[in-house]
Design a binder for this molecule. Sequence first.
Ligand SMILES: NC(=O)c1ccc[n+]([C@@H]2O[C@H](COP(=O)([O-])OP(=O)(O)OC[C@H]3O[C@@H](n4cnc5c(N)ncnc54)[C@H](OP(=O)(O)O)[C@@H]3O)[C@@H](O)[C@H]2O)c1
Length: 245
Amino acid sequence: MNKEQPSPIVLVSGASSGIGEAICRLLIEQDYRVVGAARNESRLRQLAAGLGEGFYPLVLDVTDGAAVAGVQQALPREFHDIEVLVNNAGHDTGGRRLFDEGSAEQWCDIIETNVQGTIRLTRALIESMLARDSGHIVNLGSIAGLKPYATGTAYVSSKYAVHGFSESLRLDYAGRGIRVTEIMPGPVRTGFAQQRLGDAQQARDFYDSFAQCLRPEDVANSVLYAIQQPKHVEIAQLVVLPVSQ
Ligand SMILES: NC(=O)c1ccc[n+]([C@@H]2O[C@H](COP(=O)([O-])OP(=O)(O)OC[C@H]3O[C@@H](n4cnc5c(N)ncnc54)[C@H](OP(=O)(O)O)[C@@H]3O)[C@@H](O)[C@H]2O)c1
């Protein structure tokens, strides 16, 4: 990074665990300034304690429309000009079940977080990016957004939506200095499966059913690769798989 320029500011949603936490750690190591957003305040505080003053912890529920719309105003002035937004917050709570086995509320909550959260946060920050003719939106999709599987109706729908949103957003702002990247990982060993299945042993069994899983740091490296490209290079999509897939 050019030491004479102030380091770019990155907002990472879902920063309190897994992939989001790994992205925050890597970007701070690389001298970015990072706003880490999530609901779990105590986890954010723990993270902030180890990451220094370049990290700003922000309690934010991406399904709270008013809070997301006011996100920039909720930040100290020195963190206002967000150059990169990483839409990472997501879950599949109650997933891996047949459609009729989950409630409508459960399925809709997945869409509200993974899709509407991504749309809301992007809408909240795009105007300041457009005003500066510069910005980068990185969306965490999934291979579930490329190929459906049984017992995945809401999660698969959410990641197909993230895929469509990313592709269309890139076209909206072609030539306006806004880059859009979609990262589509295969299985990553995080707290995601426990959140999905509600049971630690089932979560371990789920990850153990793959010959190999990615680490959250592998996905963080992909994000770094995409955002470190020269301004004229746009990494549109990255499909990131463990070698055995
Ligand atoms: N793990 C995988 O195998 C895998 C594969 C492909 C794609 N992905 C995607 O990668 C992203 C991160 O997942 P992960 O594996 O790192 O899972 P994780 O460890 O469970 O982390 C999910 C993060 O999302 C946050 N979050 C959930 N609901 C939120 C809300 N309403 N508002 C704000 N933050 C919220 C959680 O924080 P709080 O609870 O503190 O709010 C947490 O920090 C997700 O979009 C997921 O779909 C994961």
